[in-house]
Design a protein around this ligand. Structure first.
Ligand code: PBG
Length: 327
């Protein structure tokens, strides 16, 4: 008889032996309720536009956005994160603060359509609205002006709240943005609107397809405000600041290349933690699968499971509705 400890006494393979056994002992499960669908709505189009670098993702019309939101809600998805693409962009991103700007209209539409079933979130950032493509306004030397940008964010927070949004997602990585947004919301009596802070947001090459999704005209990069991929401790500092400034939830972004950061953030906080599986993470899987190089469905589930395993309570993913159906 083989006793425990005698080679090969321990046989971990027993627990991998059948699908039923593997299902029983799985430590990590995905739930549709913790998925958030990022969605783009473009002003002035009558048909949805395909985004070539994100096969299956569209710039929606107001109408098709409503449909996508209903579909997500029906599938059991937990939330939707809205991005607006205005017809006209300018230096200060005026359309981001017009009460009838495309993002505000979309918020109203989606809240009216599915506001009871989905948590409605909005990107609170200027890059979709500026003609130079930066996440803030520029000073005379062409540098992103932190404090002038904060004034714009405060105004954005208020118009988005007026439109009925449940959660705002300040994603511009300006210093002090969470505190300024909290104050701006409280000032107009909107203590009820929550803040999902983009806490650790890295200057990533994987945002590439997003630029097409929002018709960005950015030249150059965002390295003076987004974090250096080489840095880890900096994320802990951003985390402390965001929590001190009143973040209700915190996010790590991108997801898969930053699972170490995600794990550490998840261990450190007592607020919900989100991770954003971004456009490039989506595009890589779709492109490889289209070439027959990987099994698309398995790759999607593996990536999402890994993000969940690393500690995310919520995952923003362009596959949210599809995956919710599958679960
Ligand atoms: C900024 C913002 C970006 C993304 C979400 N919010 C672009 C950026 O920071 O460059 C990227 C999301 C993605 O790539 O899927 N408004």
């Amino acid at each position: 008889m083989v006793s425990y400890g005698e080679f090969p006494g321990a046989r971990p393979r027993r627990l991998r032996s059948t699908p039923a056994m593997r299902r029983l002992v799985a430590e990590t499960r995905l739930n549709p309720a913790e998925l958030i669908l990022p969605a783009f709505v473009r002003e002035g189009i009558s048909e949805p536009r395909a985004i070539s670098s994100m096969p299956g993702v569209y710039q929606h019309t107001r109408d098709t956005l409503r449909k996508a939101a209903v579909e997500a809600a029906t599938a059991g998805v937990g939330g939707i994160m809205l991005f607006g693409v205005p017809e006209v962009k300018d230096a200060v991103g005026s359309q981001g603060t017009e009460p009838d700007g495309i993002l505000q209209l979309a918020i109203r539409d989606v809240v009216e359509e599915v506001g009871d079933a989905l948590v409605v979130m909005s990107d609170l950032c200027l890059d979709e609205f500026t003609d130079h493509g930066h996440c803030g306004v520029l000073d005379a030397e062409g540098r992103v002006d932190n404090d002038a940008t904060l004034e714009r964010y405060a105004e954005m927070a208020q118009v988005q709240a007026d439109a009925g949004v449940h959660v705002v997602g300040p994603s511009g990585m300006m210093d002090g943005q969470v505190g300024v947004v909290r104050d701006a919301l409280d000032e107009i009596g909107r203590q009820d609107v929550a803040i999902l802070a983009y806490t650790a947001k890295y200057a990533s090459a994987f945002y590439g397809p997003f630029r097409e999704a929002v018709n960005s005209s950015l030249k150059g990069d965002r390295k003076t405000y987004q974090q250096d991929p080489a840095n880890f401790r900096e994320s802990m500092r951003e985390l402390s600041l965001d929590l001190a400034e009143g973040a209700d939830m915190v996010m790590v972004k991108p997801a898969l290349p930053y699972l170490d950061v995600l794990r550490k953030v998840a261990d450190a906080v007592d607020v919900p933690v989100a991770a954003y599986q971004i456009s490039g993470e989506y595009a890589m899987v779709e492109a490889a699968a289209a070439n027959g190089w990987i099994d698309r469905d398995r790759a999607i589930m593996e990536a999402l499971t890994s993000i969940r395993r690393a500690g995310a309570n919520m995952i923003l993913t362009y596959w949210a509705t599809e995956v919710a159906h599958r679960l």
